[in-house]
Design a protein. Structure first.
Lengths: 146, 102
């Protein structure tokens, strides 16, 4: 990377959406941190803008609790990170104005959330499928779903 | 045909006095896993955009500055990234304008 290409303060009114559009991107995969904050808000926004959106929770850092006392990378239990993200997504569609959306846009955010895929980086399989394979159904009782 | 982009959001080195972050060992292992994934995607023709959002920049680094890139590079965090983007006002790059791209 050439540091001289850095353009500080001269990028104008371009959003991340504009930048992705200029490159013809229509599918974004997302990883990083933090689960309930930047990951959640950027993922929902990407889906709202029409991008096919995939999150890899096994490569996302979250918080151990709601008090944000300690960051955690749940490499071997990504379903917990998925749950942390989905909890934050629920807060978004229930209180859209707190996240920069209009009050009536809750259903739009919910629909966008439902289009987002959660996959595992190891084999690119949906986490829900991996979960179903890992936990055999109990006879006479439906397997738990989340 | 779909064109995919990999976005790595806000992976930075916590300041020395912040005990809330991943430990050094955890962080090193995490970044290695990230870079492995990013390299695998590159082999598939998928580029990676490293996104630094405002709130964390204000905590961890001089906001939207070349020094942030140097710091990330120095720590080995960015070995597989193809491009960087900076946004200093919030947590959502889709609703705020971008400050810099490199």
């Amino acid at each position: 990377m050439d540091g001289s290409r850095f353009m500080d303060g001269h990028f104008g009114e371009v959003t991340l959406h504009d930048h992705l559009q200029s490159q013809g991107i229509d599918h974004v995969s997302i990883m990083g941190g933090m689960a309930g904050f930047c990951i959640t808000q950027n993922s929902v926004a990407a889906s709202v803008h029409g991008y096919q959106t995939t999150i890899y929770p096994d490569l996302v850092v979250g918080w151990t609790n709601q008090k944000f006392e300690k960051a955690v990378w749940r490499e071997s239990s990504p379903r917990q990170t998925e749950a942390e993200i989905k909890t934050a997504m629920t807060a978004m569609w229930m209180n859209p104005t707190e996240y920069g959306y209009l009050a009536h846009e809750g259903p739009k955010l919910l629909a966008a959330q439902r289009r987002i895929e959660f996959r595992h980086s190891g084999d690119d399989a949906p986490l829900s499928t991996r979960h179903a394979l890992a936990v055999p159904k109990t006879a006479g009782r439906a397997a738990p779903t989340t | 045909m779909s064109k995919q982009l990999n976005m790595v959001i806000d992976v930075q080195v916590p300041p020395d006095n912040d005990t809330r972050g991943l430990s050094e060992v955890e962080h090193e292992k995490y970044v290695a896993a990230l870079n492995s994934r990013v390299s695998s995607l590159r082999d598939q023709g998928v580029s990676t955009l490293w996104v630094a959002m405002g709130d964390s920049q204000q905590v961890y680094s001089p906001p939207h500055s070349p020094e942030l890139i140097d710091r990330l590079r120095f720590t080995g965090n960015d070995t597989a990234a193809d491009e960087y983007i900076f946004e200093k006002r919030g947590m959502n790059g889709f609703t705020h304008t971008v400050d810099a791209v490199s």
